[in-house]
Design a protein around this ligand. Sequence first.
Ligand code: AMP
Length: 419
Amino acid sequence: MVNFEQLHLIPRLLDALTAEGYTTPTPIQEQAIPVILEGKDLFGIAQTGTGKTAAFALPIIQLLQNKGVHETSGHRAIKTLICTPTRELAIQIGESFAAYGKHCHLRHTVIFGGVGQNPQVATLRRGVDILIATPGRLLDLMQQGFVHLQHLEIFVLDEADRMLDMGFIHDIRRIVAKIPVKRQTLFFSATLPNDIVALAHTLLHNPVRIEVTPPATTVDMIQQSVYYVSKEDKKLLLTHLLKDQQLTSVLVFSRTKHGADKIVKELLSKNIQAQAIHGNKSQNARQRALSAFKQGQIRVLVATDIAARGIDIDELSHVVNYDLPEVAETYVHRIGRTGRAGLSGVAFSFCDHADKVYLRDIHRLIKKELPVVSDHPFVLNQAYSAPIPPSTPSHHRPAPPAAANPVKRKWFGGPNRSR
Ligand code: AMP
């Protein structure tokens, strides 16, 4: 197993990594850092949670630091641009650059929409080496003449698939049209639909392709279980589970925004501190909820997939799928919010009658069946979990539900929780 020294990182970065408590590079870091340090283009297939931010941030800082770009003629020009789809991701990437680059003399800033532009413009005027931006605000400030990218050397497109899902493709093309053709490009996507492959092809030059497959590893490391419960009883089951104080920071996934608000209302009525983040909330409200959650002021954050994608919370103890996702891959993305970077995590999934078809798809994707918890007060169909009298001939026994594999099991507070 390699360590960070063997990746030829400079002592200033190694010191910062020690301060962060990182001892071993993650697979994407191990593979991507040498490639980026060599100046090559990269096509990285990796999702959030794999350590991909450090995989690009560390070598970028090192390249810029070694070139002494910040010392050029007293005037700083943007040498690296990182485009990312959401404000939350942009802020997190900014935090990573601050942490890893704390012993270096580079300046970075983060720009995104939904807030006033003046502070962002003021920072840009003072000069930055590294710009982290969401596409809309970036284009806006470029058009107003506040962002100049003619000296750009490294371009990072983060979460490219998400960018396309969010309709940013035209913005991306307009941004790319304004940056130097001769540059190093790092392209990251969690999934590989055809339009992503096509986009990567237009942006990258002889890229090294690196694929890390967190789904299998993530899935294996996370303690998962399913609770059969009726739609009406889900809220009761959630408050029941939350009686366990081991559920310290819980991310609850709701299929709809309206559903997320209803869950929060229910929890607040039971004196459980909770807030929702979804598309109908303003950027500021979302950011406030996220910060309160990260700081432990609220115990439960209820989110829709769109809002939660990519949010990075180190101390997340549990993920609850209040509704199962309609797309099985989303399940893996959701539970990957816990069990980050080698830590174990816990994920509970609620399954009502209508959810069973989604559960079947999840089982197919992860190639195993989730253990069923049947010792809770709101079991959906008693016929399936009630003990069968030994005298009943086997052919008279009720058939178990196709996807179920009833195992009496209580995950929460289980012996494997390491956090
Ligand atoms: P990312 O995929 O970039 O969102 O990173 C996921 C999480 O892993 C973040 O909370 C990072 O702080 C953490 N992390 C990244 N690299 C390492 C590492 N080598 N060791 C431990 N934690 C890490």
